[in-house]
Design a protein around this ligand. Structure first.
Ligand code: SAM
Length: 416
């Protein structure tokens, strides 16, 4: 297997090594869910939680690869009986075949498959889209801005995108190794030999090497040969920082509305000095996120939602008809685990995050069923006795919401 050069290097890579590697037989045992493009997130961040699933919805999965986002979104829309159409587009036929087999294994009929470049979207008649997913693709294009502009050109005026791009600081160590490998394992070498050389290099890195000192870079461990190739031997790969993402979005007529997980993009997460934390927390979204990125230094990827709409598209808890929804969590089990006083903890790629939850946390979580609104949760707590004053309840709900939404556990929706 030899990767031809140069224009089609990228296409050839994904024909030879579809990424990430997936086995369609696994669809029988699990649905891979992730971010962006989880339907609860798309609804919350881009449609104010007010999507009506009785209405047609069109999504494009641009550079769909082996299908994680495509299969997740198609399954979630099918479960909601939404008259949706999802267009899967990728350069790689091998990747498409895997995604097609996964869709077939699930009996999904709401996906239309296409092979081609997202750069050609303005001239191909796929129609327009309410939502576009583009995960792990734009940073591989020679001109990422042209890629995002091509996507934006087929977006509905009030539509939005969910994008994942590589992060500059969190990937420190990757780019010097890519350079080394260009010298000792150039693209003219067969893929197997390049992979062997990369493995040899990693095994013998000096202790001072930046890649070796960044233990959170693990695609080459979790993703096998395809992961290793993607990480260190890619023909085209450039990372982004938050200000660059803001500029990229703006050039495409888009506005970033959220970075995920939100807590990772809040300076106060990493800063215990109250003066600095307060100053940084008062900044607007993009500046705040840039501050957090520079401070943490560990954001390997950036997931963001951006919209073309000129109005606020993010669901807010101030409207108490908002319905809190827990993501892939059983409310009763979660509530049972929330002992009074026990903080919520998470490991943010090496940063130990902990949040003290309000006293009512377990009682509120136990009432979340994806159907009751915030106001109705208050009423049902009352029926159980010991009703707190509305102001106390709401203050605690908001505190709980900020913390659970921060780590992507809680999202909001509204009745259409
Ligand atoms: C790293 S994979 C990511 C796949 C998928 N989005 C995911 O996150 O699992 C990148 C994919 O983008 C595709 N791709 C790269 N450039 C493309 C382009 N110009 N148009 C369409 N697909 C492209 C590749 O073929 C590959 O399948």
């Amino acid at each position: 297997m030899t990767v031809p050069s140069p224009l089609n290097d990228l296409q050839a890579q994904y024909e030879a090594l579809p990424y990430p590697p997936r086995d369609p037989r696994d669809e029988a045992i699990r649905l891979i869910t992730g971010t962006p493009s989880h339907i609860l997130e798309v609804n919350h961040y881009l449609f104010s939680g007010r999507l009506n699933f009785d209405r047609p919805f069109r999504a494009l999965i641009a550079g769909g690869g082996t299908g994680d986002a495509c299969i997740m979104l198609a399954q979630q829309l099918a479960e909601r009986r939404c008259p949706a159409e999802i267009v899967y587009l990728d350069l790689s036929q091998a990747s498409r075949r895997i995604c097609e087999a996964r869709a077939q294994a699930r009996g999904l009929r709401n996906i239309r498959f296409a092979t081609g470049s997202l750069l050609d979207l303005p001239s191909v008649d796929f129609g327009t889209f309410d939502y576009i997913d583009c995960t792990g693709v734009l940073h591989h294009l020679p001109d990422p801005a042209a890629g995002l502009r091509a996507l934006s050109s087929v977006l509905q005026p009030d539509g939005g995108v969910g994008v994942m791009l590589y992060g500059e600081y969190g990937r420190s160590g990757v780019y010097p190794l890519q350079e080394l490998l260009r010298t000792i394992a150039p693209p003219s070498m067969p893929v197997e030999d390049r992979l062997a050389m990369a493995k040899r290099l990693i095994r013998f890195l000096p202790t001072t090497n930046l890649f070796r000192r960044n233990p959170y870079l693990n695609d080459h461990v979790t993703g096998g040969d395809a992961g290793l190739y993607d990480l260190l031997l890619h023909s085209c790969d450039r990372p982004f920082n938050v200000p660059q993402i803001g500029a990229l979005a703006q050039q495409a007529g888009l506005r970033v509305v959220a970075f995920l997980e939100p807590v990772r993009y809040e300076p106060a997460t990493y800063m215990s000095d109250p003066v600095i934390a307060r100053l940084a927390s008062a900044l607007p979204l993009l500046e705040r996120a840039a501050f957090a990125e520079r401070l943490s230094g560990n954001l390997r990827t950036h997931v963001f939602y951006a919209t073309r709409a000129g109005f606020d598209t993010v669901a807010r808890p101030e409207d108490t008809s908002a319905i809190p929804v827990l993501r892939e969590m059983d409310a009763q089990k979660f509530a049972a685990g929330l002992q009074h006083g026990t903080p919520l903890v998470a490991n943010l790629d090496g940063f130990p995050w902990r949040a003290q939850l309000p006293a009512l946390a377990a009682r509120i979580v136990a009432q979340i069923d994806g159907r009751r609104s915030v106001a109705e949760i208050y009423t049902s707590l009352g029926a159980l006795g010991g009703l707190p004053r509305w102001e106390d309840f709401y203050t605690q709900f908001e505190d709980l919401y900020v913390k659970l939404n921060g780590v992507n556990h809680m999202l909001l929706r509204f009745r259409p």
